[in-house]
Design a protein around this ligand. Structure first.
Ligand code: F6R
Length: 261
């Protein structure tokens, strides 16, 4: 795992977008795993800017989102399909048929989860998985005690997550109780993982995920098992990390990161 500390939220989101852009330009038929949430809005804003002003081309890529709420139709403004359309898909030249999210309205949810896993496999697996970090330590909606080998399935959301997502719904009571999410096992099969966490509210859980023991109580800690995982944070989210001097040295000196300074 590599940790990159940026001065603020805008710089962190910009760096994540630049990394995605470099990977996409090198491999246009990229299979991208996408996340939603407040943190990612800034990344998508930057990707849209790169598309409009620097010709970043999405026409050959294919996307799989991590999760979708159970019971929300694509037309519901709070569905993750709607979020993706609004923040990215409608603003770049991606082909609609190549954008995938689990169907939270499926009659048979287990069959839908199996279909989603099969589709990811059919497309050759995920090349680059974008991840946010929940206050409960989740990636996707893999709440505490999610099996580290779990696959796409329905998860009940924890009170911490209901509270975290309440502002998007105008109240905790309105947040759906369940979601379909890729499993921790599904996520760490991606060839590369890129996690973005910003803000002081993520500082404690980020330190536990990155520097703490691997535990199903913090599903993001499973990323420590991943051979190619980059974690981008701002100073606020980095506040409780202990090895920051080393992380800063790596970013300043390793050849891979020179073009991003
Ligand atoms: C959403 C998702 C979640 C979020 C996480 C952070 O698709 O998978 O894991 O990335 O809850 O959300 P924000 O950015 O709103 O703090």
């Amino acid at each position: 795992m590599e940790v990159i500390i940026q001065p603020d939220q805008a710089a962190a989101a910009r760096l994540v977008a630049q990394i995605i852009s470099r990977v996409l330009r090198a491999n246009p038929p990229l299979v991208m795993g996408l996340a939603t949430g407040g943190t990612m809005e800034h990344v998508y804003q930057e990707l849209v800017r790169l598309h409009k002003s620097e010709g970043l081309d999405f026409s050959e890529c294919c996307t799989f989102n991590l999760d979708e709420y159970v019971g929300l139709a694509a037309s519901n403004p709070n569905s993750y399909r709607h979020y993706m359309e609004r923040h990215l898909f409608q603003n770049v030249n991606i082909r609609a048929a190549k954008t995938h999210l689990p169907d939270g309205m499926a009659v048979d949810l287990d069959a839908e989860c199996a279909r989603y896993e099969a589709l990811i496999r059919q497309c050759g697996g995920i090349d680059l998985q974008l991840l946010g970090l929940g206050k409960a330590g989740h990636i996707g909606f893999n709440e505490p005690l999610s099996a580290l080998r779990s696959r796409t399935r329905v998860k009940a959301l924890t009170p911490t997550t209901l509270k975290q997502n309440a502002p998007f719904f105008g109240g905790e009571q309105k947040v759906p109780r369940r979601a379909i999410t890729m499993g921790v096992g599904t996520i760490i099969e991606a060839r590369r993982c890129l996690l973005l966490a910003t803000g002081s509210s993520k500082a404690n859980i980020l330190a536990r995920a990155v520097e703490g023991p691997i535990t199903s109580m913090v599903s993001a800690s499973a990323l420590q098992l991943h051979p190619r995982c980059t974690v981008v944070v701002d100073e606020d989210a980095a506040a409780e990390l202990t090895e920051t001097e080393y992380y800063r040295w790596i970013f300043a000196n390793e050849p891979e990161w020179q073009e991003f300074h």
